[in-house]
Design a protein around this ligand. Structure first.
Ligand code: MD6
Ligand code: FE
Length: 225
């Protein structure tokens, strides 16, 4: 503001806005949302995903119970998560073509490590990155992430594109859930005592993001092996 503004000066358009949300929001004893943490590198991340999906396309997996998931998934890293009628598992090979999953880009590794560190988990080295793509109405019902061997390591989860509502529950499916809106660039980190909490994503609302149209992409880094 100019110091000698006349009294009738047009008010600052932003002066009445709520203060920006805190950069770090604690959602559990060992869980935080790092608001906009990935924003500066969002376009670099999306370019890397384009390269990954050229080799390992997004697909709708079938659950052991015979349902086709509404979310489309691919992976990068040494281990990839897959599902079919015989169960959920981590595999070194993409079942679509038998090839190794694409390598984890350096920019992914650095993001995972720095976000984990910001949340108090030093030296996080993920070996698996699940990439989920949501179209309008896609959802992820409440689940626990328990197929990983490395339950001591945190999970780092990055949201890009259209906003979604994340449900963060307890240790039983029926426990009450917090509803946390996740926006483009937000990163969730959790581990420790929260590592096995139920969580999910409510059906995606039709909406528009300049970089991803009506889609949301989420990727989660884990130590699976
Ligand atoms: C999603 N995320 O945000 C789904 N799992 O689209 C997850 O299922 C998830 O965000 C474990 C840890 C963090 C997550
Ligand atoms: Fe999960």
């Amino acid at each position: 503001m100019l110091r000698n503004d006349p009294p009738h000066h047009t008010p600052d358009l932003f002066a009445d806005e709520a203060p920006p949300t805190p950069r770090v929001e604690r959602i559990g004893p060992a869980s935080v949302v790092l608001r906009h943490f990935a924003l500066p590198i969002a376009e670099e991340l999306l370019a890397a995903i384009t390269t990954i999906e050229a080799r390992a396309p997004f697909r709708h997996l079938v659950t052991p119970g015979g349902f086709t998931m509404s979310v489309a998934l691919t992976n990068c890293g040494t281990l990839g998560w897959t599902s079919d009628r015989s169960g959920y598992r981590y595999s070194r090979h993409d079942p679509l073509n038998g090839a190794l999953w694409p390598a984890m880009p350096e920019v992914f590794l650095q993001l995972a490590r720095s976000a984990a560190e910001e949340a108090g988990f030093a030296d996080f080295v993920p070996d698996a990155c699940l990439i989920n793509r949501y179209a309008p109405e896609s959802r992820l019902t409440l689940h626990q992430d328990k197929d990983e061997r490395g339950l001591a390591a945190p999970i780092v989860s990055v949201s890009l594109g259209v906003s979604a509502v994340f449900q963060f529950g307890g240790f039983e499916r029926t426990a009450p859930t917090q509803r946390i809106p996740l926006q483009h660039g937000d990163v969730v980190v959790w581990g420790g005592v929260d590592r096995l909490r139920y969580h999910g994503i409510l059906p995606l609302k039709e909406s528009w993001h300049p970089l991803l149209g009506n889609l949301r992409i989420n990727f989660t880094f884990r130590k699976a092996g």
